[in-house]
Design a binder for this molecule. Structure first.
Ligand code: COA
Length: 258
């Protein structure tokens, strides 16, 4: 358990808070490990009827820690990558998951929403999938789930350009349920969690399993991971990570394609 993930359990609701606001809740390997442990153990805990995911500070999460990406690109990454366990746990979870998103949700911050069952956005929420800008490929089965959800051309645009999707557009496209009034995000999310926690949990869990095919999701995640790993060590990705560290724009035209 890391201090950068806070957990609070009350009234059947397990609230998971990303708590690394000084780094915009960028997710580290250790944080993924804790998140995976929480979601896995919730699956076998009948006292937990709903999971509620939120982030401290001015944004939900800036996605994967780019410093850790850079370490992996130069072969210095962790021996065990917990992100896979986290993603598999998300795909397999039969507990309803609610997400409350303010500010930016970058990379996995957006793709994890495709595994949530009810998504609330603050008016300033922006969903961003900059995988191509980082010379990577989409993960979390989003290469399959996003086109399925919003159509191929819109998903291509989000992935290829990496430009933010604003909150009303995310609702219009079916990625989120509602935009909350200013300052109401956490209260609204809590109220929705209470409503869902009051429903018959066995029925919800059976319904969720029918609605999501965990096996297909995990298979897609595994194909993406293989490609992602390959891309991480590409010259293009090294240029993208160096540019982030040096706070400059990447110059891909100088880098050979492979
Ligand atoms: N990984 C590691 N550190 C990150 C981070 C990330 N994904 N996102 C932000 N941070 C750090 C910054 O390096 C900075 O650290 P510093 O104070 O030690 O310099 C701190 O968080 C604040 O970020 P900053 O960039 O100053 O905030 P901002 O509000 O101007 O911009 C973002 C926020 C999210 C737009 C910008 O930080 C960003 O683009 N981050 C990278 C997002 C990304 O590509 N994620 C991977 C997706 S696959």
């Amino acid at each position: 358990m890391t201090a950068e993930i806070h957990v609070d359990q009350a009234d059947g609701i397990l609230t998971i808070t990303l708590a690394r606001p000084d780094k915009k809740n960028a997710l580290t390997n250790v944080m993924y490990g804790t998140l995976a442990d929480i979601i896995e153990s919730a699956e076998h805990d009948s006292n937990i009827r709903v999971l509620l995911v939120q982030g401290d500070g001015d944004m939900f999460t800036a996605g994967n820690d780019v410093g850790e990406f850079a370490a992996m690109a130069s072969g210095k990454g962790p021996s065990e990558r917990h992100v896979h366990r986290f993603l598999h746990a998300l795909a397999k979870s039969s507990v309803p998951i609610i997400a409350a998103v303010q500010g930016k949700a970058v990379g996995i911050g957006t793709t994890m929403l495709l595994h949530c069952d009810y998504v609330l956005l603050a008016p300033d929420a922006e969903l961003i999938t900059p995988f191509v800008n980082l010379a990577l490929v989409p993960e979390a089965a989003s290469s399959w789930l996003l086109p399925l959800r919003i159509g191929h051309v819109r998903a291509f645009e989000m992935f290829a350009l990496g430009e933010p999707l604003d909150a009303p557009s995310a609702v219009a496209l079916g990625i989120a349920n509602k935009v909350c009034a200013n300052g109401q995000l956490r209260d609204d999310a809590r109220r929705m969690a209470e409503r869902i926690a009051a429903k018959p949990a066995g029925s919800l869990s059976a319904m969720k399993k029918l609605m999501r095919n965990a096996q297909t999701l995990v298979a897609q995640m595994d194909s993406e991971s293989a490609k992602f790993q390959e891309r991480l060590t590409s010259a293009e990705a090294r240029e993208a990570f160096a540019a982030f560290a040096e706070k400059r724009k990447p110059e891909f035209s100088r880098v050979p394609q492979h």
